[in-house]
Ligand binder design. Structure first.
Ligand code: MEV
Length: 324
């Protein structure tokens, strides 16, 4: 039995969410917590999945029935990924997948995209097709679109390439930035947000008020372009200001929450350079850009004092890699 284990990192959006779904750029960093998939080609022509972290155990179905019928939420991305791979590179065997995650799927770190990337990269290795990063991106991004209907693919790119990226919708640009350090404090709001619901909410606002939303996207685009320069030149004070401005625009889009606002506010008051929600909003996490000094403890305490959970992360980590 041929088996390969691939791991891929989670992600945090630094600036540009929502606008990046509509032909604008964003900045994203890959985070230290990783998703792992052990993938085997097996005799029976079945798809088998063990993904206890997302409550899927003992799941199996014939390969000919991939994506037929009701699919458990935790199995969707892996199953559609295998179907998409199989359509492009027909598999002669069955596929067994076991996934484990170093981070909870509740955080919004992109566990679905990371597991999609792990499975496609493992299949590419097992079948000898040796897809390059862009080919893995195309198949994984198709998988996200098949399931969600919309999305920029920035999370897929972060899982594949790692590091910190300047990214434009659908992978039109995927530019790794030469960043060595990026000191963030991350606070979880305690609320699991649903990305598709939030994206639809913004679409509704755009239908009612297209000029307002287009204007906000254009302003976010400008912030991202400036932030890229400040990030590369390690101008943390300016980068922080741009992040806080981005948060103001996300509030106008209606995707922040009272809890996120409170965590962001106290982080800034305790000495963060800037702070904002990260991801779709409606919950999940906030990030604060912080000086690497004793202010970090105060910032973390303040976030906890308003009910946030501090999540320890590394930023800028390595992308998808084969583990065995
Ligand atoms: C969600 O983490 C970020 C969004 O911009 C969606 C996407 O880029 O796919 C809201």
């Amino acid at each position: 039995m041929k088996t390969v284990t691939v791991s891929a990192p989670g992600k945090l959006m630094l600036l540009g969410e929502h606008a990046v779904v509509y032909d604008r750029p964003c900045l994203v960093t890959a985070v230290g917590q990783r998703m792992r998939a052990t993938v085997s080609l097996i005799g029976p022509k079945e798809f088998q999945l063990e993904a206890a972290d997302v409550s899927v155990t003992g799941y199996s179905k014939p390969m000919t029935e991939l994506v037929d019928g009701e699919i458990p939420k935790g199995a969707k991305f892996v199953e559609v990924a295998i179907k998409n791979f199989n359509e492009k590179f027909p598999l002669t065997k069955g596929v067994r997948v076991e996934t484990t995650s170093e981070f909870s799927s509740k955080l919004g770190f992109g566990s679905s995209s990371a597991s999609t990337v792990c499975v496609i990269k493992a299949l590419s290795e097992l079948t000898g097709n040796k897809l390059d990063n862009k080919e893995i991106f195309e198949l994984a991004y198709k998988t996200v679109l098949d399931i969600q209907g919309k999305g920029s693919g920035f999370d897929v790119a972060a899982a594949i390439y790692g590091g910190t990226l300047y990214f434009v919708t659908g992978g039109k640009v995927i530019e790794p930035l030469d960043i060595k350090e990026l000191s963030l404090v991350v606070g979880y709001s305690g609320v699991k947000a649903d990305t598709v619901t939030l994206m639809n909410q913004v679409t509704e606002l755009a239908k009612k008020n297209p000029d307002l939303v287009e204007g906000i996207y254009n302003q976010i685009q400008k912030l991202v372009e400036k932030a890229k320069i400040e990030l590369i030149s390690k101008n943390w004070t300016e980068l922080g200001k741009l992040m806080t401005k981005n948060q103001g625009l996300l509030k106008k889009l209606g995707v922040s929450t009272g809890k996120l606002d409170a965590m962001i506010d106290v982080a800034c008051k305790a000495g963060a350079y800037g702070a904002k929600l990260s991801g779709a909003g409606g919950g999940d996490c906030m990030i604060a850009l912080v000086p690497e000094d004793n202010k970090i403890g105060k910032i973390q305490k303040n976030i906890q004092a308003v009910g946030g959970e501090v999540i320890n992360i590394q930023t800028n980590v390595q992308g998808a890699r084969i583990e065995n």
